[in-house]
Write a protein that binds this ligand. Structure first.
Ligand SMILES: *Cc1c(COP(=O)(O)O)cnc(C)c1O
Length: 429
């Protein structure tokens, strides 16, 4: 059943017996789009190949963890070399220092960095740090922003939480979110002296892609300064993807604490948080806010991350943004031409897609209510028609459409034809 010749369907059936829903992260189960998930055998550049030998042009790119394309030689060689020297020590290494230095150089407001093993750990620690540093309890987050699955941040989340139609999660007691206040995105909330931190995705990329309106991030900065709350930018997607300095650089607003993940691990499990030294020193062992991790700063993850970041020159970002622009414009045109109602939003290197007759091609959502007008069933039809033609969009209507540096203009052009055909079929269904 799970032999080397197993089909996607056979593997999914076997998976569902031993893994809840057959997957290790809910969105992968195809619950909201229907159909059987493809089981990946290998990937290369812009493509993934499933166990049945089918090739897909991949716009999932590990939900943004991959930016150079799959199996980039610089990354795979660095990982192989690192692995030969051992996979985890429980003692500090040189590459942890190098990666922390790279992050501190790139991110404004970051003097010190703590490496963890996921984006969830980064935001969870950032919240604890903000509470410990300020001596306050309350956290303000924005509806539709996803910050991983720590209890306190699982209220009105985007991404898979949105797809499942959950406002939060069972298993999170009221006390777990009692100090979490949810505000609408793109509106500056009023803060009082109970607020430890405001956490925000500076470009919201887990409810499609919602840009910050002019003044929003600046307004948050001012409100935090006035009330003594810390401003946390969750740059787990935007960090090292919009540009070297992430959204903080692009929008010229400096947060107190920055969270990273995805790109900085080159596809291996990693997360990081950074801030000015005075704040970071509040973490153990120098301070009283406890945080630790057996695999934190893992030698393979730091090797992969350093190798990836080394490729990400200013020219690489300019190129990626040009490709994203080409893709966004082409996608918008292809969908319109095919009579498929949709809006395509582009913010720098990020692309978001909203489906349905309520949206116009140039429409830009401002908040979660707007984003949720997307027609999830229309997206599901498009997703299935695309997959049939060897184009993999994420199996969830609220995920960004990720373009990598391996998506050449030729590859993009070629796929736009398939997208147009898929969209025609989807709009007739
Ligand atoms: C993916 C994501 C997280 C969670 O990171 P994991 O590595 O999946 O735990 C947190 N915040 C944002 C903005 C994300 O996109």
């Amino acid at each position: 059943m799970t032999g080397s010749n197993s089909t996607n369907a056979e593997l999914f059936e076997a998976a569902r017996r031993v893994i809840p829903g057959g997957v290790n992260s809910p969105v992968r189960a195809f619950g909201s789009v229907g159909g059987t998930p493809y089981f990946v055998a290998r990937a290369e550049g812009p493509y993934v190949f499933d166990v049945e030998g089918r090739r897909y042009l991949d716009f999932v790119q590990s939900y943004g963890a991959i930016i150079l394309g799959h199996a980039h030689p610089a990354v795979t060689e660095a990982v192989a070399k690192a692995a030969a020297d051992g996979t985890s020590y429980g003692a500090p290494t040189r590459r942890e220092v190098l990666l922390a230095e790279r992050i501190a150089e790139a991110a404004t407001g970051v003097e010190q960095v703590r490496l963890v093993s996921s984006g969830t750990e980064a935001t969870m620690t950032a919240v604890r740090l903000a509470r410990g540093y300020t001596g306050r309890s309350r956290i303000v987050k924005f509806a539709g922003c996803y910050h991983g699955h720590a209890d306190a941040l699982l209220a009105a989340g985007g991404s898979g939480v949105a797809t499942l139609g959950l406002s939060g999660s069972a298993g999170v007691p009221p006390s777990g979110v009692a100090d979490t206040v949810v505000a609408p995105y793109n509106e500056v909330p009023e803060l009082d002296d109970r607020v430890a931190a405001v956490i925000v995705e500076p470009v919201a990329a887990n409810m499609g892609v919602v840009p910050p309106v002019p003044g929003f991030l600046e307004g948050l900065r001012a409100a935090c300064d006035e009330s003594g709350a810390l401003l946390i930018f969750d740059e787990v997607i935007t960090g090292f993807r919009l540009c070297r300095g992430g959204a903080a650089e692009r929008f010229g607003v400096t947060p107190d604490i920055s969270c990273f993940g995805k790109v900085i691990g080159g596809g291996l499990p990693i997360g990081a948080l950074g801030a000015r030294s005075e704040i970071m020193q509040t973490l153990a062992p120098t301070g009283a806010v406890y945080q630790a991790g057996t695999l934190s700063g893992n030698p393979l993850a730091t090797a992969a991350g350093l190798a990836a970041l080394e490729q990400l020159t200013p020219a690489a970002y300019a190129e990626l943004e040009a490709r994203a622009g080409q893709f966004a414009d082409g996608l918008r045109a292809a969908l319109t031409r095919s009579g498929f109602d949709a809006a395509v939003v582009q913010v720098g290197t990020l692309v978001g897609l909203y489906c349905g007759s309520v949206v116009e091609p140039g429409w830009v959502p401002a908040d979660y209510d707007d984003a949720r007008t997307t027609d999830e069933r229309a997206y599901a039809r498009l997703h299935a028609e695309l997959l049939r033609r060897g184009v993999a969009f994420a199996p969830g209507a609220y995920e960004a459409v990720f373009v990598s540096l391996a998506h050449t203009l030729d590859v993009i052009d070629e796929t736009l034809t398939d997208i147009a055909t898929a969209a025609s079929a989807a709009s007739q269904a």
